[in-house]
Design a protein around this ligand. Structure first.
Ligand SMILES: *Cc1c(COP(=O)(O)O)cnc(C)c1O
Length: 498
């Protein structure tokens, strides 16, 4: 299988090359030139496999230039009892006869990014070795909070790599910040940027495409790559859990083979839900992919009108990992739907020049058949966390709270009876001050900091504080730099001694 840039339309790269490069030179995203299919019988067979074996089944179809033993090592190193605190890796929890929750947060940093970022460093290093490439890979990350820590945790002290993480100084939670600034490791650095996530992401994209910098890197035997969800090596592993949750429902005899189900996905950069689209195209019986947004509802408007318009106010919400106005992975969907790189180039040109584009009538009709979208604000989210906890004894984080709330909006709008999986993207402890507001008395929340609230939340819910969040305040702060967004490039030069 070959990969092509969404803006070029020529399939020229192997999976290994696409993973190493991260982003195509023309600014496009690498996308497979065909989507492999699994029959219902093959899906049925998967239901008795472990998560690791399911990952092998899916990944070997997309990364067909990886020898099986190499890929198997990557999978085993990523998904095991040391890296994840649940034997199922991505457990499916039944809430009612119609609703299950897919918990993707059992990795070391307590957010769903771990599923991809525990395996990406192994995929990247295996790719380099397949390509006989002995350069040092420099991973540049722009994070709205969760990617940063997950990437640091995955790449820490990985040979032949260095990792530099930029986060918006006012855009991440106290816990997210502590997780990053206390990160140990000899090959990494964390820097705060004065600005929001979009500023940070734009800065990193600029650094990526700077010609002068690239030739300086070459002289030093360095090469940039990306751990953001624009990297195909991050997207492919996310397809696996759509299959695993379907198989779990089959195995529990909650659905029949071939029965269609819905997924509700808390969405920011459109990476997670796009993996669901791939699963559907591979043959997984999915009825609707429900795109859940917070007040930054650029995707909701897009799915409902066909107009993508980032010219709007940026809102800080209690689900910060979804505070995004430029959803990079949407470009892959547009390309997959029209298969026309020049059409995609046109949309992306409009986006960068006018901050807005409108897709063809035909394209938006196709999108609306498969996707449904709505948005919920902070009050609705808190209320939903509260009611789900009181009525169903299930505690969820704010991002999952958005998804749950939107599921009920979907039901009210469509009366759709398909069984539905709510994709849970973070541990409730990770965004605990907002979660505490939903279930603890006001005075306790007011007088406690985020760290103290971990214990209070654990006492109330009976859930254990995840290992990755315990004692964060006792660890030394190792990263204190703050830069203006115009100075991000200098930080890179300094980090790499250019
Ligand atoms: C990254 C993230 C999201 C958004 O996922 P995308 O793939 O960017 O759409 C949602 N929730 C949490 C907790 C996240 O970390």
């Amino acid at each position: 299988m070959l990969y092509q840039s969404t803006r070029e339309g020529k399939s020229t790269h192997s999976a290994a090359e696409a993973i190493l490069a991260g982003l195509a030179l023309d600014g496009g995203l690498f996308t497979p030139d065909c989507i492999p299919k699994l029959s219902l019988q093959e899906i049925d067979k998967m239901k008795r496999q472990s998560y690791q074996d399911k990952a092998m089944t899916i990944l070997s179809l997309f990364l067909d230039d990886f020898p099986k033993d190499v890929l198997s090592k990557c999978v085993q190193n990523a998904y095991n009892q040391t890296t994840f605190d649940h034997p199922d890796i991505a457990p499916l929890v039944k809430l009612t006869d119609d609703i299950s929750v897919l918990e993707l947060y059992h990795g070391p940093t307590c957010a769903f990014k771990d599923i991809a970022l525990q395996i990406l460093p192994h995929l990247l290093m295996s790719s380099a070795s397949l390509q006989k490439d002995d350069r040092i890979y420099v991973i540049l990350v722009a994070t709205s909070g969760d990617t940063g820590k997950a990437a640091l945790s995955g790449f820490k002290d990985v040979e032949n790599t260095k990792i530099l993480v930029f986060y918006p100084d006012a855009g991440v939670s106290e816990i997210q910040k502590l997780q990053m600034v206390t990160q140990e490791g000899g090959n990494l650095k964390v820097i705060a940027v004065r600005g929001n996530f979009d500023d940070t992401q734009t800065g990193v994209k600029k650094i990526f495409s700077d010609e002068t910098l690239r030739s300086q890197l070459e002289d030093k035997h360095y090469r940039f790559s990306s751990a953001n969800s624009i990297n195909w090596g991050r997207l492919a592993p996310q397809i696996v859990y759509y299959f695993s949750s379907y198989c779990d429902l089959l195995q529990r005899q909650e659905i029949e083979l071939g029965e269609e189900i819905n997924f509700v996905v808390p969405t920011g950069n459109f990476g997670n839900i796009l993996a669901g689209y791939f699963a559907k195209q591979m043959g997984l019986p999915i009825h609707r992919l429900i795109c859940a947004a917070n007040k930054n509802n650029v995707l909701t408007d897009f799915i409902n009108t066909g107009i993508y318009d980032r010219n709007r106010e940026f809102n800080k919400t209690i689900s910060p990992s979804m505070d995004i106005l430029i959803s990079s992975n949407l470009e892959r969907l547009l390309f997959l739907l029209c298969k026309d790189a020049s059409e995609v180039r046109g949309y992306m040109k409009d986006l960068s020049e006018k901050g807005r584009y409108k897709v063809s009538e035909q394209m938006i009709k196709t999108i609306q058949k498969l996707f449904w979208s709505s948005c919920s604000n902070d009050e609705e989210t808190i209320q939903r966390i509260h009611s789900t906890y009181k009525e169903k004894d299930y505690l969820m984080d704010t991002h999952t709270g958005v998804a749950m709330d939107i599921y009920y909006k979907y039901l009210a709008d469509t009366a759709d009876k398909h069984k539905t999986v709510i994709v849970s993207t973070a541990s409730p402890f990770k965004f605990n001050s907002s979660v505490a507001k939903a279930i603890l008395p006001d005075d306790i929340v007011k007088e406690s900091g985020e760290i103290a609230l971990l214990t209070k939340l654990s006492d109330e819910s009976g859930m254990q504080i995840p290992a990755g969040l315990k004692d964060l305040d006792k660890k030394p702060v190792l990263h204190q730099d703050v830069v203006e967004k115009s100075n991000m490039q200098d930080s890179v030069s300094e980090f790499l001694d250019l």
